[in-house]
Design a protein around this ligand. Structure first.
Ligand SMILES: [Zn+2]
Length: 264
């Protein structure tokens, strides 16, 4: 079976959308099935880039090192090239990992919001704050779908429905409105998280970037101290794991942006 997929649908003007799967491990073997359901879709305006990647060593996308790995850099290069306002990461999970993805304490343990189930084991959630803060604008719509690995037909119908909505919408509010018809509770959770993120992690990261222009960061202690200070001063509601992620986001940001960086 062909796993690699790269296809650009639509024209140059208007919103850019990127759907990407197979980010790590063998997930591409499962996510390709979801891509097949929308491979021939039409977009009314803007463009849609479909990209399914071949197997790569498994590194969690929560691990900042992922974005400095070969697979992660490939993903970032595509994001930087197409600058999507709508970005969908497709992942797959094994049944025994489901609880970990939807647990209420996911934020305390991993610093990321929990996913919520739509139907048929298809989970929806926000893209991780690290990638979201560095590579997207606040009002872009980066999100994640997790489908069961070796997805059953019923799960593919749900993921296909969501992918079609995202492919034929022009922005966040259009997508939310359409998904809300079938899944009001889930959309409320996504909205809650978006507000929390826009008021805490996002502005804290902007502050951090601004501050580091004015002072040189030589050690991790410098960075930790700076973060602790600005979170306190800004009154941002961030737990210890999220504060650590701020520092990690800054390191990845620096790798990709500073003029002297090897990767830049
Ligand atoms: Zn994954």
């Amino acid at each position: 079976m062909e796993v690699d997929l790269f296809k650009v649908i639509g024209g140059k003007k208007g919103i850019s959308r990127l759907f990407i799967g197979g980010l790590h491990g063998k997930e591409g073997l499962s996510t390709i099935h979801a891509f097949k359901t929308i491979k021939y879709i039409d977009v009314n305006e803007g463009k849609l880039v479909l990209c399914n990647l071949p197997p790569s060593p498994y590194l969690s996308t929560l691990d900042p090192l992922y974005f400095l790995s070969l697979a992660g850099m490939k993903v970032i290069n595509i994001i930087q090239k197409y600058q999507p306002g709508i970005y969908l990461e497709l992942h797959c999970y094994h049944p025994n990992k489901k609880q970990k993805l939807i647990n209420m304490d996911r934020k305390d343990i991993f610093g990321v919001p929990r996913l919520v189930e739509l139907e048929e084991g298809v989970l929806i959630g926000s893209t991780f704050p690290l990638i979201r803060s560095i590579f997207f604008d606040l009002n872009d719509f980066p999100f994640i779908l997790e489908i069961p690995c070796n997805p059953p037909v019923n799960s593919l119908e749900v993921s296909s429905k969501i992918m079609k909505i995202a492919a034929q919408s022009a922005n966040r509010s259009q997508i939310m409105k359409k998904i809300m018809k079938d899944y009001p509770y889930q959309v409320e959770r996504l909205d809650d998280y978006f507000h929390e993120f826009s008021q805490n992690f996002w502005p804290a990261f902007q502050e951090l970037k601004k501050n580091t222009l004015e002072m040189e960061i030589k050690t991790f202690q410098d960075l930790d101290k700076l973060i602790t200070g600005l979170v306190r001063e800004g009154g941002f509601d961030l737990n210890p794991v999220q504060m650590k992620q701020l520092g990690q986001a800054f390191m990845v940001y620096r790798e990709y942006n500073l003029p002297n960086s090897d990767l830049g």
